[in-house]
Design a protein around this ligand. Structure first.
Ligand code: MN
Length: 599
């Protein structure tokens, strides 16, 4: 059954607002019915008296206009059917700074109430945006104590601005009646769903893996848009390497303008969004504890919602499970956008799938880590916000950082070249990102990172490239000089002691140095395996002869007391262990590799 939609005239509206054949809500006024202060109602068939059964308790009646008799009478028939009231109020999202000084009557749902030491702040959401309403009942005294969070209200307000942000002063405010509230609730749901829906954009490249991942990407984009619209804080955690930065910055560039738009407030991008780089290729327990602590504090102090955590370029493996489960206990939502091996895929699902709200990872659909987190981030960013700027080159940049080899990477390189980013420049930029992230460590540094991948990238690349090159040369020379080499069937195993070759905290760090040694030898041998040996870790880089995860499993089995752990990719990663086990790990790793290369 289709619902009847009835209009409710505003008190000042006159007969010119009434349309023939339309439904209106008539209300009782001094023993007569009326549509507004000036529009009186005559009943065509029968007069409705107060004795009539079924007269609505709230003195309202659905009527249909049969005849308009100027200047102030309409002839109507009473309709005994259920109806919804059409809502006709200006939308919050349509207000601009030029509207300051205007008085408006708006409706919406109270999303938040914050009591300051001065006025009470109500944030009102009407589906088009959020507006902060201020009401002062005395210093620190709660205004409108009868109105609570979640209520549907009508407010007469005076539009104002503060530091360039639109806000409003409450002139009067009351709860909507049940019928209007119901109508608003369903309208909000409809608008919300419409706005939360990701934009239908084509992928930048033709890719079967991306096509198969589309439902998961769509789900992630929906959740991110939903969180932005409902003012849920977002914490974006990412691996602190070139790929992690590329994916995270692409998403950031899509998210921040929307937070400002829907929050009606440039400050919202600082209150409702934080990006945090992490050195580990997994979501560390210390990090999750930090995130949860600050979220709980924000909820208590500012009435913020539980956060959405987005993990980029880490988060897929079972190693993240404890951290992710902890997040769930505290009500956070979790999205993982990653290309690290997520463990065995069963029935098209990875282990962490049951514990996160969305998980995008090429391994789930038969792909591999060549499709980088940066590429996934760029494509999801475009679904979140089709107007996102300056992200096309990030996909190619991430591929360079993670040494991708696939058709998609070739396509992204072409796209970047067309946007003015030559392969040579991106190679330099990728090193600059690694270099900067080495010193930034866990600091967000939003402005610096934004400039590094934007306004100041040309200058920074020119400034830093010679220095990076000479540091890399120095590191490589030292490693090559003190390297132990073993050749087997035209294959090379090269190892060096990290503590003897790398200065603590200097650039290049051990993981990077293993990569440089690998690049130095890779064209001279059938296959190359480089081991940077530390007290309690080995950082590895290898050709496709070696699967680091297989070696890790082997070590776990042989040395169950050595706390073998680690992460990264199949050909580039780090295995960790306790110091006491170093000699055993080295001996077993050598025998594993020798056996591998002997075949
Ligand atoms: Mn990566």
């Amino acid at each position: 059954m289709t619902e009847i939609k009835a209009k409710r005239l505003k008190p000042h509206e006159n007969i010119t607002s009434v349309k023939l054949g339309c439904y209106y809500v008539a209300y009782k006024k001094d023993n007569h019915y009326a549509l507004s202060d000036s529009v009186k109602v005559n009943f065509a068939k029968k007069e409705v008296s107060s004795e009539d059964e079924g007269e609505p308790a709230n003195n309202e009646l659905l009527v249909r206009v049969k005849k308009i008799i100027p200047p102030d009478i309409v002839e109507v028939e009473a309709i005994d059917l259920d109806y919804v009231v059409e809502l006709d109020y200006p939308l919050i999202g349509s207000f601009k700074l030029t509207d300051v000084g205007r008085k408006e009557t708006i409706i919406g749902r109270v999303e938040d109430i914050i009591q300051t030491s001065g006025p009470t702040l109500f944030s009102l959401f009407d589906g088009s945006g959020v507006l902060t309403l201020k009401s002062f009942a005395g210093p620190g005294i709660r205004a409108f104590p009868n109105i609570s969070k979640g209520d549907y209200v009508k407010a007469k307000v005076l539009l104002k601005s503060r530091e360039g942000v639109l806000e409003a002063e409450v002139l009067s405010m009351s709860r909507l009646d049940a019928r209007e509230a119901k109508s608003l609730a369903s309208k909000l749901d409809k608008i919300f769903n419409e706005q939360a829906k990701p934009k239908n954009v084509q992928f930048m490249v033709d890719s079967e893996i991306l096509r198969s991942l589309k439902p998961r990407m769509h789900k992630s984009a929906t959740l991110i848009r939903t969180s932005i619209i409902e003012g849920r804080p977002i914490i974006l955690r990412h691996h602190a390497d070139c790929d992690g930065y590329s994916g995270a910055v692409a998403l950031e560039r899509a998210i921040l303008p929307l937070i400002v738009k829907y929050g009606n407030d440039v400050g919202a991008q600082w209150r409702l969004y934080r990006r945090a780089p992490t050195k580990t290729p997994y979501y560390d327990y210390a990090d999750v504890t930090k995130d949860i602590s600050s979220a709980i504090e924000d909820t208590a102090r500012f009435g913020k919602k539980d956060p959405l955590i987005i993990l980029v370029d880490h988060g897929s493996s079972g190693q993240n499970l404890l951290a992710i489960k902890k997040l769930r206990i505290f009500g956070a939502k979790v999205i993982v956008i990653d290309h690290h091996f997520p463990g065995e895929i069963k029935d098209g699902k990875a282990l962490i799938d049951d514990f996160v709200d969305a998980h995008v990872n090429p391994f789930i659909v038969g792909g591999d880590s060549n499709l980088t987190a940066g590429m996934l981030g760029v494509e999801i960013a475009r679904m979140i916000n089709p107007n996102v700027k300056q992200i096309e080159f990030l996909a190619a940049l991430s591929g360079i950082g993670d040494k991708s080899e696939c058709n998609e990477f070739e396509e992204y390189k072409k796209i970047a070249a067309n946007a003015g980013y030559s392969y040579e420049f991106l190679q330099k930029l990728s090193k600059v990102i690694d270099f900067e992230s080495h010193y930034l460590r866990f600091i967000e540094s939003r402005g610096l990172v934004d400039d590094l991948l934007g306004a100041k990238q040309q200058e920074l690349v020119e400034l830093l490239t010679p220095d990076i090159t000479s540091r890399e040369k120095a590191g490589l020379n030292a490693a090559l000089h003190y390297l132990s080499k073993k050749e087997l069937n035209g294959c090379l195993i090269a190892s060096y002691k990290v503590e003897e070759v790398c200065e603590h905290n200097d650039y290049p760090p051990p993981g990077k140095l293993s990569g440089l040694v690998f690049d130095y030898f890779k064209n001279s041998y059938k296959s190359v395996i480089v081991l940077g040996i530390g007290d309690n870790f080995i950082t590895m880089r290898a050709t496709d002869t070696l699967n680091i995860h297989a070696l890790m499993d082997f070590l776990k089995q042989k040395l169950p007391y050595a706390n073998i752990d680690g992460g990264g990719h199949e050909r580039a990663g780090t295995i960790r262990f306790i110091k006491a086990a170093q000699e055993e790990v080295i001996a077993l790793t050598n025998s594993f590799l020798e056996q591998l290369l002997a075949n």
